[in-house]
Structure formats: C-alpha cells, structure tokens
Write a protein that binds this ligand. Sequence first.
Ligand code: BGC
Ligand code: ZN
Length: 366
Amino acid sequence: MMATTIAGTMHAVGVTPKKPNSARQVELPKPSASAGLALMRVLEVGIDGTDTEINEGLYGEAPPGSNVLVIGHEALSLVEAVGDGVAGFQPGDLVVATVRRPDSCPNCQAGESDMCLSGNYTERGIKGAHGYMGQYYGEKPDFLVKIPPTMRDYAVLLEPLSIVEKATYQAWKIQERMLWQPKRAVVLGAGPIGILGTMLLRLKELEVHVYAKNPPESIQAQVITSTGADYHSVDDHPVTGLRDELGQIDFILEGTGNSVVAFQAMSQAGTNGVVCLTGVSAGNRSIQIPSDVINLQMVLGNRVVFGTVNANRRYFESGVRHFDEAERRWPGIWKRLITRRVPFAGFADALNRKPEDIKTLLIVSA
Ligand code: BGC
Ligand code: ZN
C-alpha cells in the first residue's frame, strides 16, 4: 500500500544492500532544486538484471552514512524545477540521467567515468548513491540528457541502449587497427542487451544471428526477426558449433552474462574478429577451457576479446539518434520492447523477472 505523502518527503523503493529480498517502500526527504541542480519528477523506471541482483543481496552499496539504497538506474523524468545557474534545461523538459558519477581519476575527469581507473566512482541506484526509483531526484545538468517529446513512449530504454551503443562504438573503434569490412555478427542472449545490440547491428546492415534460450515463438524472437536478424534456439545450435554452421563471424556480442558462454564464444570468432563481453557473472564458477585452441586462434586470427561496462554521456546521445533511425525503419519497435508496466505499489512484482519480459517498467507518476 502506498502511504500518503508527508509534506517535504517522497516515496521511493529502497533495499538494505547485501540483504536478500529487502526491497520496500521508504520515505525520504524530497530533494530540491538548489543552486546548480535540477529537480526531476520521475515518470517511469526500467527494471534490469542489476536491480534484481541487488534485491537478491548479491550487489549494491548504500550512500555513505545510509543503510538504505534507493534502486533504479533507468529512468525517464520530467524537469520540475531548476536551481540557480542551471542552463539548458527548463521545467517540463523530458530527461534521462546517466548512471555513473566521476571520481578524481584522469579518465573520470575527462568525461569518461565509464572508463574509471581507480574504481572510486559512484553509480546511482547501484553503488554508493541513491537511484531513481522514487518520486523525485536532483541532478547536475552535466549528467542529464534531453529527450525530444516525440520519444516519450520509449525513451526509458535509453540507459540499456547506451550500453550497446558503447559496445558497438568500442568494437568499431578497436577495428580501426586494420581494414575491416564486417558482414556477419552473432549475438548471444535475447535479453534487452541482446535485442538492443541486434537492432544497432542491423542498422549497420550486418547479417545478424541471435542465439538464446527463448522459444522461437517468443516475443523476444519475434522482435529480433522483425529487424531482419535470424533467431536460433541454443538448444539445437550450441555455441561451440557456430563457426562450422555460419562460416566467418566478424563480431560476437555476448549478452548472456554466462561466463561459460563467454569463453565458448572466444573460439568462435572468425579471422580478424572481435568478441565483446557485456554481462557480469556474480558467481564463482570455474570451467576447463581448451586453452591451446583459444590461444592459437587468437594469435593466428588477430582476434580481440574485450569487455565493456557502463556508458558515458556520448553513448546516451548516440542512442537518441538511433531511437529515431530505428523507429523510422521499424515503426513501433521500441514500444514493443516494453512488455510490462507495473504501478508503483507493485514494485516487488516488477522486480520479479518473468520469461516473457523484455523490459518491465515501474510507473512512478503520470
Ligand atoms: C548498468 C551499468 C552499470 C553496471 C555495473 C548495469 O546494470 O547498466 O550502467 O555500470 O550495471 O554496476
Ligand atoms: Zn575514475
């Protein structure tokens, strides 16, 4: 049940970090639009695997001095008020905020906190700073990305999109090391990362093959094939057979977060190919790997494997451009990725992942 708001306070969803199933409604002071800060009213928040893992007690760190962490790092909000000295934003603007906040390392100071060297960054809703799963939040304009009103219905997808924006940008950047004319890509996993990655790769006109556990008639498989990509179930197409099945694979996007799959993928990349790992495995698994084969292939085929985490503002901005491009190419596709909308009081249900979910939204205000 939603409690009535006490003046000056707001509702949010908080956890006690490291304590399983501790997600609950909390009352916190309502932030204000003080100097240099904008005040946002949250419309809706996307739920992702990290939120669920935090609620399982696997991950997450409260802000200093607090034993509660407000979760949520994918939010679409409206600017409610701006403090003195905030330029470029006005009440009524739609915004999405980035997640990571810089420390004093050179990368953070250069605007690349996603490449932080020292690890003392914070992440809103994840590590040492409250997130967006509440009625309001305050933020500096540097970390806010303005959203055109035409994108209201799906702009909440910008944060997960920013992750694959970075993944593909980095892969293409790495491949500037040679003449590279990629034709065929493999995507492993059909969660939001796999699906969003497939869309970006299709916009680049690559032939894309997605392998995942979802049944061929699933909504995930349907969205994927509607972009012109092929969808295969891993049950009849094991990852270890991909090269034999497809031939030269130029790019592999690993989006399952399963470390076994990640290592299997390494031996499947083609000559001069790249494997990009995006998933975090919170476990502690070890497996035997064919190290001679992987080593030989990596060397003889000039292959690269790289990992990527988080995304800075540049990738949110390229995501906004791709929102438009994909919407024109496949009208209505972004809205199809939002498969469940849950009212605020149902946050516990929203955090509970169901197989037919692509992106679940917690609706905070209208
Ligand atoms: C978020 C990233 C974040 C990562 C690790 C992901 O769910 O999308 O922005 O850096 O978790 O905390
Ligand atoms: Zn840093």
